[in-house]
Design a protein around this ligand. Structure first.
Ligand SMILES: Cc1cc2nc3c(=O)[nH]c(=O)nc-3n(C[C@H](O)[C@H](O)[C@H](O)COP(=O)(O)OP(=O)(O)OC[C@H]3O[C@@H](n4cnc5c(N)ncnc54)[C@H](O)[C@@H]3O)c2cc1C
Length: 426
């Protein structure tokens, strides 16, 4: 089953929670009608965790809570019916992979007893411990929020009004395929402009891996073309030496550091930086980012209004009790915004939530991170970060880079992807 309608969801709820309980919610002549705004759409007598966001952090947490204590009911809210992996999505741009190979369903989670509801959470009410949906709410004992990033469209003039023409492809899915098509249809001799936002953003090495994939594609298929990378940062922000080395194979790649894009005009195919105007045939503008909108609206973000501060061992928000935040929406830990970290956070948080709901001590666990970047169709590089908990905080122990790019690292990347996709969703 790949789709789960509201009716099926309620029916499953009746089976799981007891018909009497459901009868209570929809009693008084409401059975069969859409739940009114004030109704709990699936009341339960069991302990319940609601998870917002079925990406790397949320899906992992949902599965691991069920594995840790099957008596806890877990409801996952995720509007998308399919999970499309950002890791490896740059390979779709270069045509090395197809989007289908990085697209997965949620049936694996259902087999663990996670109740997946394909709807967005519209608001969080921490004081009443409930999450609002379009036509009702869900009560929770603990809430896990992992909504990823949202784009700060307003930071680049002309971007908000041209979202359909100026692609980010920074949430894997339809835009990934669209951008690949734009690249394929660009005339040989054309200019592809890729813009990198100021840190912090999702996947620090991601834009530079993308630059490799676009440059590799152009070198292979459109040798008269050029890639210009406009980076708002002073230098490549991750795996710097390894990317610089890889780029030696791409004379068609021109890298301009400290070139923050402030405006885009698709009418004349031009981006403007603080100092310059650059013409393009195809543009890929990666906008500045902040935590997912639901986290901002629920006042989970800190003073910067962008990212959420959390307890480093439970991932509970420092602002609202019983609400945990995972993945790219968090900040304050010395970890990158990566799928690997979001997956690790999902597991640690699941263990913490199970312990807290069972009045047991929370074990202290730090995440880890291994991040691969593809620098051509067959070679990759990697970085490994190790962390520990010291005085209740995550601190980095060491960082190790692969000595050089190689097909062996690429093989390990393939293994990593298969295993982590299964860990998140299988
Ligand atoms: C091009 C690219 C390459 C990358 N490569 C790597 C890599 O090689 N290795 C690596 O480790 N990481 C990589 N990443 C980073 C990785 O994809 C992210 O760090 C990861 O997706 C973060 O997980 P998350 O759970 O925080 O967010 P996501 O995975 O984005 O999940 C968030 C989910 O929340 C849902 N959501 C949002 N709002 C609501 C709401 N109101 N109600 C319900 N659901 C909601 C969204 O639909 C989404 O499915 C890459 C990223 C990009 C863009």
């Amino acid at each position: 089953m790949t789709q789960f309608t509201r009716r099926e969801f309620l029916r499953a709820g009746a089976a799981g929670a007891g018909v009497g309980v459901l009868g209570l919610s929809l009693g008084g002549g409401l059975a069969g009608c859409a739940a009114p705004l004030t109704a709990d759409i699936a009341p339960t007598t069991r302990r319940r965790v609601v998870v917002i966001g079925g990406g790397w952090g949320g899906a992992t947490a949902a599965k691991y809570i069920r594995m840790g204590d099957p008596s806890i009911e877990v409801i996952l809210l995720e509007p998308n019916r399919e999970f499309v992996s950002c890791p490896f999505s740059n390979l779709v741009l270069s045509g090395v992979r197809k989007i289908d190979s990085i697209t997965f369903g949620y049936d694996g989670l259902r087999r663990h007893g996670v109740r997946v509801l394909h709807e967005a959470a519209t608001a969080i009410e921490p004081d009443r411990r409930r999450v609002r949906l379009a036509d009702g709410y869900l009560q929770y004992d603990r809430l896990i929020v992992s909504p990823g990033v949202e784009f700060q469209w307003e930071q680049v003039e002309g971007l908000a009004a041209n979202q359909d023409k100026v692609l980010h492809a920074w949430k894997a899915g339809p835009q990934t395929v669209q951008l690949a098509r734009q690249l394929q249809s660009m005339p040989d001799g054309g200019v592809f402009v890729l813009t990198v936002p100021p840190i912090a953003f999702r996947c620090p090495p991601g834009p530079y891996e993308r630059a490799c994939q676009v440059a590799w594609y152009l070198k292979t298929h459109k040798p008269k073309s050029k890639l210009i990378v406009l980076d708002a940062n002073q230098n490549i922000v991750s795996k710097t030496g390894l990317f610089r080395q890889a780029w030696k194979a791409y004379p068609n790649l021109e890298y301009r550091a400290s070139n923050k894009v402030i405006a885009v005009d698709p009418g004349v195919r031009e981006v403007r930086t603080e100092f310059d105007k650059v013409k393009y045939d195809v543009v890929n503008l990666i906008p500045p980012q902040r935590a997912g909108t639901i986290a901002v609206q629920a006042d989970l973000v800190g003073a910067d209004k962008r990212w959420c501060e959390v307890n480093h061992t439970t991932y509970e928000s420092v602002k609202h009790k019983n609400v945990h935040v995972l993945g790219d929406s968090t900040i304050g830990l010395p970890v990158p915004k990566s799928g690997n970290v979001a997956n690790a956070m999902g597991k640690i948080c699941a263990i913490a939530v199970v312990a807290l709901l069972n009045d047991k001590p929370v074990p202290l666990m730090a995440p880890g991170n291994t991040c691969y970047s593809w620098v051509s169709d067959r070679e990759a590089i990697a970085v490994v970060n190790a962390y520990k908990i010291e005085n209740g905080k995550v601190v980095q122990i060491e960082q190790t880079l692969t000595p050089a790019q190689s097909p062996f690292v690429a093989q390990r990347a393939e293994g990593w992807a298969k295993s982590i996709w299964h860990d998140v969703l299988g």
